[in-house]
Design a protein around this ligand. Structure first.
Ligand code: GCU
Length: 241
């Protein structure tokens, strides 16, 4: 099914359409298919970033759909506004397949935060006596309800992210070490942290959490006096939606 946007212009810049989107900083290409009719002479597509920098693609008259594009547009993070305007005369601009695409390649990948690396906080000790950890150690939290391990994570944009918590739990009797997941000071879930069977057997719990753009704190707080399992690191995927 095809969706076309038609912008009419009975007078100078009479017609227009505008859309706002939240984007990470990067280099972008904007493109569209456009055709014009009547005495409409020209039209424009403009993108303006959160810092107010604008780039304009001129759309000349064409009776059939013609692809127009403007590449290498540096845009800062935040709200970008894409505006389409039809310029002068009596006529119509019809556009299709409007796109603003990031072209500087870096599909955002996950970021790893080690429990032993500041600004992470471990209320307990950073230990190395059980093999298989990444980085230079792991957090062995105090055996108390008030203990915690906290990570400071950065998100390019607000949205839901997948969190991977790597842990080991060899509590005798195969007992779980449950914890609250606290994001930016709010408890948003619980994590069971079942037994992994041995202190050098590590497992990763996959969780989801809603993050703000920029800096966030992700804290695991034990809910029993056994404390947390040993915590190795937190992997944070890109935020979406
Ligand atoms: C053992 C183990 C520690 C672990 C602790 C616990 O002492 O060596 O790595 O943190 O048990 O029960 O939490």
């Amino acid at each position: 099914m095809e969706e076309l946007l038609q912008v009419g212009a009975g007078q100078s810049y009479a017609g227009g359409a505008r859309q706002r989107i939240t984007i990470p900083a990067g280099t972008y290409k904007m493109s569209l298919y456009a055709k014009t009719s009547g005495s409409l002479s020209a039209a424009q597509m403009t993108v303006t970033d959160a810092a107010g920098n604008a780039r304009t693609l001129n759309i000349p008259a064409s009776s059939g759909f013609t692809r127009r594009e403007l590449a290498n547009i540096p845009l800062s993070a935040g709200t970008a506004t894409v505006t389409i305007r039809a310029a002068s005369g009596n006529g119509y601009l019809t556009v299709d397949q409007l796109a603003l695409v990031r072209t500087d390649g870096s599909t955002p990948t996950g970021q790893r935060y080690e429990a032993e690396t500041a600004p992470a906080v471990c209320l307990g000790t950073i230990d190395t006596n059980h093999s298989g950890f990444t980085g230079t150690g792991f957090c062995n939290s105090d055996a108390a309800v008030g203990a915690y391990a906290q990570f400071t994570v950065n998100a390019a944009q607000a949205g839901t992210a997948t969190l991977g918590v790597r842990f080991a739990n060899a509590q005798s009797g195969g007992t779980a070490r449950p914890a609250n997941l606290v994001v930016n000071g709010t408890t948003v879930g619980t994590v069971s942290f079942e037994s992994t069977g041995a202190w050098n057997t590590w497992s990763t719990k996959s969780l989801t959490a809603s993050l703000n753009a920029g800096s966030n704190t992700v804290r695991l707080e034990p809910t029993t006096a056994d404390g947390l399992p040993n915590l190795d690191h937190l992997d944070v995927g890109p935020t979406a939606g």
